[in-house]
Design a binder for this molecule. Structure first.
Ligand SMILES: CC(C)(COP(=O)(O)OP(=O)(O)O)[C@@H](O)C(=O)NCCC(N)=O
Length: 452
């Protein structure tokens, strides 16, 4: 049996050298760091949870020393002494595990190991199976380091085409989280004419697309995803530049869970806008065509809560039209038809539902909040980037996936380049959502005719 965890940690997590010898370049601790990596990789989930919890709890900063040094940082001392005291205090706040992280990132494959280690920490924190303040602290420290290592200056923008390598095309297909790639024909279309696919890569993780952005080049803001992923132009077509005035971001996915919160997707969108403006100087419109995951579930909950009070959801006229379009008790039948996607087969019912569902969905995106942010994660992502909630599209995604997740609707989050910084600050600071007239009036109507 190999070393037990405590012994392994004692041996591989160096103590913080005394302040006086902090500058002396530490003996490169490749051996112990590699031993830690090998030991960790050999552990199963529970073992990893135990190790991470112990590492965070027992190998952080020396709290006794910190509080002792705090006492020496006092007003009134001469500047030199004060700065010395502050420097000692600052140094004493360095957790021991931060030195280990610094050594591991210098190993071959060390950065990728640390990205995966943070993914394990996030998994633990999300599953609450090990949720300690020290673990959250270690997650924060690791996230800050990763944000520095993966900042834009260290990332490489790569365009993926049909001539890219198979392993890259295969990874792009595998990572596609929004509109699954079914076969070679699919992926060939997504990198073919009137399409662009860009990724960020990092030299420390070669041949690994960290985040993938799929773009459609169109002459107006798209309102339907089937037109993009199902019926796109045939691969041998050439591009007519005069037909390209708009960029539609129709899918974005990150592949590394451990890089959550590093905002790679945001950076990639902004970087691709610059790239496209270089290729198409006359391009003026930039918008997403985004799914609205969670809306149908939310709607069914509302229908459940409003059992017997349908007048708090539908107007009388709407209720009557729905009643005419279905048999049986209205709310009961409607819940069934919505949860099985059958409703879309009846034109009459589709017409009767358009107004109420568009109104409810506009409110879901604009009005529903979670800790102050937009409840819908995709809305929150684009609004954080400074986009405008610009248009809601009916029957925009009639695939089973689109119907089940958002009753067929999709949203355009539009990027007005000169406003994104301002909008982002407004959203992050005062939770203000910039929205178009269509959205504002639909949301207002919802407030008026539905009591949610
Ligand atoms: C939407 C994505 C790309 C945002 O990533 P990113 O910009 O790195 O944000 P964050 O993860 O740093 O908060 C990411 O959350 C993701 O891959 N989501 C699943 C697919 C999707 N587009 O909703």
């Amino acid at each position: 049996r190999g070393p037990d965890m405590d012994e392994l940690l004692r041996r591989t997590v160096a103590a913080l050298p005394p302040y006086e010898s902090r500058g002396i370049s530490p003996a490169l601790r490749e051996g112990p760091s590699q031993e830690f990596v090998d030991f960790y990789r050999a552990l199963e989930t529970d073992g990893r949870a135990a190790l991470l919890t112990k590492l965070a709890a027992d190998y952080g900063a020396d709290h006794g020393l910190v509080s002792q040094l705090c006492g020496q940082v006092t007003e009134g001392r001469d500047v030199d002494a004060l700065l010395q005291a502050e420097a000692r205090l600052r140094y004493s706040l360095t957790p021991r595990y931060k030195l280990l992280i610094g050594h591991i990132c210098r190993l071959e494959g060390g950065v990728k190991f640390l990205v995966d280690l943070r993914a394990d920490i996030l998994q633990l924190l999300q599953s609450q199976s090990a949720d300690s303040p020290q673990l959250r602290e270690m997650n924060g420290i690791l996230k800050m380091l990763l944000s520095d290592w993966f900042s834009v200056g260290f990332l490489n923008l790569e365009r993926i085409t049909w001539h890219s390598s198979c392993d890259l095309l295969q990874k792009i297909s595998m990572y596609e989280a929004v509109h699954p790639v079914r076969n070679w024909v699919d992926i060939k279309r997504r990198v073919g004419p009137y399409r662009r696919c860009y990724v960020f890569t990092h030299n420390a993780m070669p041949r690994e697309p960290l985040v993938v952005l799929h773009v459609a080049l169109t002459d107006d803001i798209a309102k339907n995803i089937q037109a993009i992923v199902q019926y796109g132009p045939s691969p041998e077509r050439s591009e007519d530049v005069n037909k390209i005035t708009t960029a539609i971001f129709y899918s974005i996915s990150t592949s590394q869970q451990g890089l959550q919160g590093v905002e790679l997707g945001n950076y990639l969108i902004k970087r691709v806008v610059k790239e496209l403006q270089g290729e198409f100087p006359h391009m003026k419109k930039f918008s997403s065509l985004s799914p609205i995951p969670g809306f149908t579930t939310w709607l069914l909950e509302i229908l459940q809560i409003k059992e017997g009070k349908s007048n708090q959801i539908f107007t009388e006229l709407e209720y009557k039209e729905i009643q005419d379009a279905i048999e049986g008790p209205v709310l009961e039948t409607l819940k069934r038809l919505l949860s099985t996607n059958e409703w879309v087969r009846s034109d009459k019912l589709v017409r009767a539902l358009e107004m109420p569902l568009m109104r409810l969905c506009a409110w879901y995106l604009y009005g529903e909040k979670h800790h102050g942010a937009a409840l819908n994660p995709v809305a929150n992502f684009h609004l954080q980037n400074g986009a405008v909630l610009w248009r809601l599209n009916w029957l925009a995604d009639v695939s089973p996936r689109g119907l089940s997740s958002s009753s067929g609707m999709m949203a355009n989050y539009r990027y007005f380049l000169e406003d994104t910084n301002h909008n982002s600050i407004q959203y992050l600071r005062s939770r203000h959502i910039e929205a178009s007239e269509q959205i504002l009036s639909l949301a207002a109507q919802c407030q008026k005719s539905s009591k949610l």
